[in-house]
Design a protein around this ligand. Structure first.
Ligand SMILES: [Zn+2]
Length: 316
């Protein structure tokens, strides 16, 4: 297999060239440049099986991967004033919005859904980076507020999955206001004693990192995900020092205690189920705990008698 994939395939690729490969069958890994079968990729949770690069995926792909049987109910996000500042840079903001909607097939940069995860009720708010870099404007703030409200109503766990360049500059101050707004929303979930988990994906930066995304009970990151506030170049220019290669990457964050876990995509669902079950442990689990401790006692007794017997033999 390795001779085929490492030698023959690259040769054929070199001969055929990128443009002649139909996009619907193959996809090029942006990290190692290998061509990957779409079917293989989807079976591998869109992770390159050559170099483990985590491909960018849409909000709906996230939801399908996480919810039980890939089934969930989408929550409609109330409409906010489109283009409140009548903003224009090289293009009109309203035109940018329309383009983003066509490109991502979503109305905004966030998708909120409810459903079951390992049989437990959860609300997931997932970002779509393809929609204007997952930037947080009024609609995204609204999506996060609604997801927190629903979690409170349904007594469900809240999971946010940011993939964002930060605040949406085309909405100016109205976009910055979403920072305190989302902080209050997720705080209300925590005050209700419900689990709030953040799954940091590549990239999570700017005003998103500086608000709801760093306030979870547990912070999980995907391998290699970039998590930070200001970008590397800005920091390097400010402090006039070269930063390490793995600066702001998930693994380094874990080493320095900013996040709790780095979890591969194929393990995410099981990990989330385990964490939520641990956090909401109540009556049914108490029974389990009782069984567990009686099992422990049995085990301890058995070990004790084994040791006692061994002692006897030694002494005897
Ligand atoms: Zn790769």
């Amino acid at each position: 297999m390795s001779w085929l994939t490492d030698f023959v395939r690259p040769r054929i690729q070199a001969l055929v060239g990128k443009k002649d490969v139909p996009e619907n069958l193959w996809r090029r890994c942006p990290s190692c440049d290998q061509m990957l079968f779409h079917r293989e990729l989807s079976e591998n949770f869109y992770v390159c099986h050559h170099c483990d690069h985590q491909m960018r995926i849409s909000a709906t792909q996230r939801l399908e991967m996480l919810f039980d049987d890939g089934e969930y109910e989408r929550v409609e996000i109330p409409k906010k004033a489109i283009d409140p500042l009548k903003f224009r840079d090289t293009k009109k903001y309203s035109d940018r919005l329309r383009e983003a909607q066509t490109k991502s097939n979503e109305l905004e940069a966030i998708v909120v859904a409810t459903g079951l995860l390992g049989g437990l009720p959860v609300v997931i708010a997932a970002f779509d980076f393809d929609f204007m870099g997952g930037s947080m404007g009024q609609a995204v703030g609204e999506g996060l507020t609604i997801s927190a409200n629903i979690a409170n109503e349904k007594k469900a766990a809240l999971i946010t999955i940011p993939a964002s360049g930060g605040a949406r500059m085309q909405e100016g101050m109205l976009s910055l206001i979403q920072m305190p707004r989302t902080v209050i929303a997720v705080e209300q979930v925590r005050e209700s004693g419900l689990p709030y988990i953040v799954l940091l994906t590549n990239p999570t930066t700017g005003g998103v990192t500086a608000s709801f995304a760093m306030l979870g009970d547990i912070h999980i990151a995907e391998p290699g995900a970039l998590v930070g506030f200001a970008g590397r170049r800005v920091i390097e220019d400010t402090i006039r020092e070269e930063l390490p290669e793995d600066f702001q990457r998930a693994e380094r964050m874990l080493e320095h205690g900013l996040i709790d876990m780095v979890v591969a995509r194929r393990e995410l669902r099981d990990t989330l189920i385990r964490i939520i079950s641990l956090l909401i442990k109540k009556t049914p689990d108490d029974i389990e705990k009782k069984n567990f401790s009686s099992k422990l006692n049995e085990e301890a007794e058995k070990n004790f008698s084994d040791i006692a017997n061994e002692d006897k033999t030694i002494i005897g």
